[in-house]
Design a protein around this ligand. Sequence first.
Ligand code: AHM
Ligand code: MG
Length: 369
Amino acid sequence: HAAEAQRTDLMTITRHVLNEQGRHPESRGDFTILLSHIVLGCKFVASAVNKAGLAKLVGLAGETNVQASTAKHHHARAFTITGCRSVITDPFVAFHLQTRGEEQKKLDVLSNEVFVKALVSSGRTCVLVSEENEEAIFVDPALRGKYCVCFDPLDGSSNIDCGVSIGTIFGIYMIKDKDNVTLGDVLQPGTNMLAAGYCMYGSSCTLVLSTGNGVNGFTLDPSLGEFILTHPNIKIPKKGKIYSVNEGNAKNWDAPTAKYVEKCKYPQDGSSPKSLRYIGSMVADVHRTLLYGGIFLYPADQKSPNGKLRVLYEVFPMSFLMEQAGGQAFTGKHRALEHAPAKLHDRSPIFLGSCDDVEEIKALYASES
Ligand code: AHM
Ligand code: MG
């Protein structure tokens, strides 16, 4: 009966968030509206990512003889590829035909534009911080709402061209005073974050969200265009069998990180060695860690004393989700969410995942100092 109900009683992400809001009678649906604009951005990127490979193929095939024409019966521009007898009416593919060779950059930039416009037009945001924009974006007072959103519109860009999973990451704060918005509203410790999530564009498109009351995963049903609850109440296993790190940086690691990875490979307590999995796409590596357990590390090293990952839109949202799923997130010095960034694009080392695994690395750093 439960399976039957699942097939006919669809829990969309909007319905889920509305249900959660029902527990806060004072809420007026602002968060639901904000989220639906984020979801729109994710759907756009999902669709664009799906077509990115195709855009390239078609682009190469039509290298020298692509002609553009305006098809009257279509709103989109139609491109005819001479000799191929195919007419491409999809605006995204058409866009790529015009900008061949720059797909990677364009997909980042395009995704960013879509998110910024969706967030501003929601009327629920006041400050936006994007990995793609040097400066914070202060929303026009007429369109201002109470939320601040920090996001990486398309993370893992080195994986775009080979079709490996990439993702969008976001964290949400609330402002203190709507008429007096400052950078201080986003330069806060992660403990003040209200909600966080990511969307993974992989073999399926999965949106993982926490509003501070556990973690839920939703999968995009392309035939409905809706994210449906498929992973209710995600809890990370207490201990895992996988470690995930760019071991190519090993020669520059500090002693506790080096020692930890050594223990993963050559355990001294009679346990089996851990498996290594590393995609190089934070969303995919964290998603696997959340579902299968284990640890994800992007440590400091001699060349990058703060690691690589950015505090506001990579480290904080993922740490928030990990804690909400029963795991831990540590910077090498303290609980990751207690960090307070000084600048918008600050970086921090990060160790996150299963409770017991992170506990081990905490012990190694504690014995070091
Ligand atoms: P990006 O913002 O240039 O895409 O870089 C961020 C990505 C993360 O997704 C991933 O965890 C990390 O960089 C991988 O870095 P490395 O290639 O150094 O292992
Ligand atoms: Mg990034």
